[in-house]
Design a protein around this ligand. Structure first.
Ligand SMILES: [Zn+2]
Length: 54
């Protein structure tokens, strides 16, 4: 996997999750996502995936 600019990638993708229902991107600390403490601002869903995985 090409990691040209790791710092920028980390800044862009770190702590960013995607709603499984509506694909809305949400930036939140991973501990909060895992603990289920955040909900999607668009559909109020609680199913998120890390943005890196496709
Ligand atoms: Zn959503």
């Amino acid at each position: 996997m090409a990691t040209k600019i790791p710092i920028a990638q980390k800044r862009m993708f770190h702590n960013v999750y995607v709603c499984k229902n509506c694909n809305k991107k949400v930036r939140s600390p991973s501990v909060r996502v895992v603990a289920g403490k955040i909900s999607c601002p668009r559909c109020k869903g609680r199913a998120f995936r890390p943005i890196r995985k496709k």
